[in-house]
Design a protein around this ligand. Structure first.
Ligand code: 16G
Length: 171
């Protein structure tokens, strides 16, 4: 357990992958910096100049909070991360002190696209969120990804789906 961001047992018995699946799916590990996690994330957006030390400190913060389920797919042959997605769980007073889930930072390495790795990650995070009794699960994405997420039953809720953003001047 210590090396993982969250309890890897949570991934057992999920109906997600078939026997032919040749990669490993697991929680993020503190030394995944060395397996190219940030290079992978830089295919999604700007990552900046993050040191191994800062990466580890952020990992420990996430782990301590118990709210982060960063889940990755590893190609054991190259020992590199090839896909990553985050489930964040947010505590609420509403809905009987419920939890809300958010899917964030979903990325599949461009060399590995077309192998349904994104599907496997989203199905996994959806099941995790359901097992943790999140009352809803949301995400925001670029327009061209809408059809992809629609396949997993993510939908606009007419009249109540307005994501609004302020961008502050930080990297
Ligand atoms: C996408 C991501 C979001 C990520 C953002 C980064 C998914 C479902 N959505 O919207 O999680 O944080 O891109 O873009 O993965 P930004 O750097 O412009 O905020």
């Amino acid at each position: 357990m210590e090396k993982y961001l969250y309890d890897s047992n949570l991934l057992k018995n999920l109906a997600i992958k078939n026997d032919q699946f040749k990669y490993t799916i697991r929680p993020l590990m503190v030394d995944d910096f060395e397996r190219g996690h940030l290079q992978l994330l830089s295919q999604l957006t700007k990552v900046g100049n993050v040191s191994d030390e800062s990466y580890r400190a952020q990992f420990e913060r996430m782990k301590k909070s118990g709210q982060y389920y960063v889940t990755v797919i590893v190609d054991e042959e190259t020992d590199r991360l090839i896909a990553s997605a985050t489930l964040f769980t947010e505590y609420k007073f509403i809905h009987n002190c419920a939890k809300r889930g958010r899917i964030e930072d979903v990325i599949v390495d461009k060399e590995y696209r077309g192998q349904r790795l994104g599907n496997i990650l989203i199905d996994t995070l959806k099941q995790l969120a359901q097992n943790m009794e999140c009352y809803k699960l949301t995400l925001d994405c670029n327009d061209d990804m809408i059809p992809f997420y629609n396949k997993f039953s993510f939908q606009y809720e007419p009249g109540r789906s307005n994501l609004m953003t302020i961008r502050f001047n930080y990297d």
